[in-house]
Design a protein. Structure first.
Length: 285
């Protein structure tokens, strides 16, 4: 081998061997309680199967762990009797808490979630939000940037004489939020596109839920951080405060003073919402 080629080979090997290792410090904090307490109320049922999931937040490289609660109850503080239910731990999944509760329990009154975890008390208050049914769903294939995608055209009629906010669940952890600012009291039609063409014969559940303006704002932040493909009910990429408050060692006296207290700094993540939900199942053609 000529001398000049030997020198080039040696130089290349020298450059390849000089690799600097850079340590990147990933920010971390102590685990926080994370509560997924979205209760979807199907008005066609007498009993609602409630499932609330409790986990602990995790650092970037750690796995999410279930949270084992000491107690979790739901109260309707405006009912004169039968106004509380205790959720019990699921036998199928750690960190999941369940109860079958009559539909009428949710419809009227103020609903309070009460959680005891690691000797600390967490409280949240909400009310039932109604929703309209889905009027119609049409499916088709659309070409977007040269790629075939499944398109769903969905129509529904806005609830009358109120400011409304809606959450659409398109299955596969894909969600969008809609507000009625530009179609009050009218039917609204819009299209949703899946990134890929869905398999023919596959059943898809499309859900519409009524949500409060506060939950609407919260969901928009979560969806913006995590993306539609991850879904808003998984642990968010950042810290987005929900409506669950740690009242441990605070001046909390009654549910009426909840908004005026200074919460414990060990705040939880997640949200408590009770939403009327309608579902339509379609089969992809």
């Amino acid at each position: 081998m000529p001398k000049k080629y030997i020198s080039i080979v040696i130089l290349i090997l020298f450059n390849l061997s000089c690799v600097d290792v850079i340590d990147v410090e990933v920010p971390s904090e102590n685990p926080r309680l994370v509560i997924d307490a979205l209760i979807r109320v199907d008005s066609s049922l007498d009993l609602i199967d409630v499932k609330i999931k409790a986990t602990e937040s995790a650092s970037f490289f750690d796995n999410i762990q279930p949270a084992i609660l000491s107690e979790i109850t739901i109260l309707n503080i405006d009912l004169p009797s039968n106004n509380s239910y205790v959720l019990t731990a699921s036998t199928d999944e750690l960190g999941m808490y369940e109860a079958s509760i009559p539909k009428d329990f949710f419809i009227e009154g103020r609903l309070v979630l009460n959680i005891l975890y690691n000797n600390e008390t967490y409280v949240s208050i909400t009310s039932y939000i109604p929703a309209p049914d889905i009027d119609n769903i049409e499916q088709s294939i659309a070409s977007v940037f040269g790629q075939d995608q499944t398109e769903l055209e969905i129509s529904f009629t806005d609830l009358q004489n109120r400011d409304d906010y809606y959450l659409f669940d398109f299955d596969f952890n894909e969600f969008i939020t809609v507000e009625d600012e530009f179609f009050k009291n009218q039917q609204f039609v819009f299209s949703y596109f899946y990134e890929d063409r869905l398999e023919v014969g596959k059943n898809i559940d499309i859900k519409i839920s009524g949500i409060s303006v506060e939950f609407f704002d919260y969901l928009n932040q979560i969806i913006a951080q995590s993306g539609q493909t991850q879904g808003p009910f998984q642990t968010p990429a950042g810290t987005v405060l929900g409506n669950i408050i740690n009242i441990t060692n605070t001046n909390f006296n009654s549910i009426e003073t909840l908004e005026s207290i200074t919460p414990n700094t060990n705040f939880p993540l997640g949200y408590f919402a009770v939403c009327e939900t309608f579902t339509k199942t379609i089969t992809i053609e």
